[in-house]
Design a protein around this ligand. Structure first.
Ligand SMILES: C[S@@+](CC[C@H](N)C(=O)[O-])C[C@H]1O[C@@H](n2cnc3c(N)ncnc32)[C@H](O)[C@@H]1O
Length: 317
């Protein structure tokens, strides 16, 4: 879709106003203790159980292959999954692979279709061999179209962001912190990394899949994919500070943060834009983005794999 100059400005301002109102609404609802949202209702948007299984298997497989780990590296580990959304299939895969415990922490409660969730868990169980079924049954009971997590290997906490997680977990509680499409939704990423750093035991891993795109804010109406980087920071904060919309942190942020924390890390670029596309809009970007290397503006989706140093003192503070 090609958008003319006038309609471009109109669309941008219409979107800005829409998101400022949405952000204010989420802030007010959270203050009133209402944490339900459609953010993270990933499976509600799938049309079949097999789409859900495909997604769960892919997310699990991506953690293994991008971090270059195998099932034996998961055995006995305590895992923190950030922002699971409406389904715990990935947590179940980690537990069935031998994790000691998986804690799912979400700032919001993603709306979910319980009947659909039952069908997903049932289909996951059907795929397992006898030994896997036994592990599955010790974690989640399926009965009469209902499901219930039992035992102490799985934990789900919502209404708390990772930024506040030190209020509920002691330092060095986890061997692995994983997330898919979550970090880009956190407005105060410094606070999130500070928290994750303290929660990881020395030698522990973080594996994050991060989507650096505009999440449809402007692209859904045919605007350039980097239009969101042309909006001044103050306005962007009004649009997104509470609603979990993208925080606009770029590749360089993650590199600097890992260096600051002294992690051994690598970043894999999964999806990338093209240089002509970046150069096309670069003069209109906000100064903080304009001064970046074009190469740092190219990545659209990345995997951050980082290991905390074995003698990193932050966990003992
Ligand atoms: C795009 S969804 C991704 C859901 C799921 N990981 C998936 O792949 O379908 C983003 C998730 O991050 C959660 N989230 C947003 N801010 C968070 C925060 N500060 N701490 C933990 N989770 C957060 C949202 O509630 C939502 O569940």
């Amino acid at each position: 879709m090609k958008v003319s100059g006038f309609s471009k400005h109109f669309l941008i301002w219409a979107k800005i106003i829409y998101h400022i109102l949405g952000n204010y609404k989420t802030k007010t609802l959270c203050k009133l203790g209402y944490f339900k949202t459609t953010t993270g209702s990933t499976h509600s948007r799938f049309s079949s159980v097999s789409d859900s299984l495909k997604y769960i298997n892919q997310v699990f497989q991506d953690y293994l292959s991008f971090a270059d780990i195998s099932v034996k590296d998961i055995k006995g580990k305590k895992v923190l999954e950030l922002g699971p959304g409406d389904n715990f299939g990935v947590a179940l895969k980690f537990l069935i692979a031998g994790a000691n415990k998986v804690t799912c922490l979400d700032k919001f409660y993603s709306n979910r279709d319980i009947a659909q969730q039952y069908q997903i868990y049932k289909a996951m169980r059907d795929e397992l061999l006898q030994g896997g079924k036994r592990s599955f049954d010790s974690i989640i009971k399926l009965n009469n179209h209902k499901f219930e997590f039992t035992g102490n290997k799985f934990e789900y906490i919502y209404d708390r962001g990772i930024e506040q997680a030190l209020e509920i977990f002691p330092s060095a509680s986890f061997d692995m912190i994983i997330s898919r499409a979550v970090l880009e939704h956190i407005p105060d990423l410094d606070a999130a990394f500070n928290s994750m750093d303290k929660l990881l035991r020395p030698g522990g891993y973080m594996i994050h899949n991060i989507d650096l795109r505009d999440h449809g804010i402007f692209t859904s109406v045919g605007l350039h994919p980097l239009t969101f980087l042309t909006i001044p920071e103050k306005i962007w904060k009004l649009m997104t500070g509470h609603s979990g919309k993208p925080n606009r942190m770029r590749l360089d942020y993650y590199k600097h943060k890992m260096e600051e924390l002294n992690y051994n890390y690598r970043i894999k670029i999964i999806l990338s834009s093209t240089l002509p596309m970046i150069e096309n809009i670069k003069p209109k970007l906000q100064p903080e983005f304009k001064k970046m290397l074009s190469e740092d503006l190219l990545p659209e989706t990345i995997f951050l794999i980082a290991q905390k140093s074995r003698n990193n003192p932050s966990a003992d503070e």
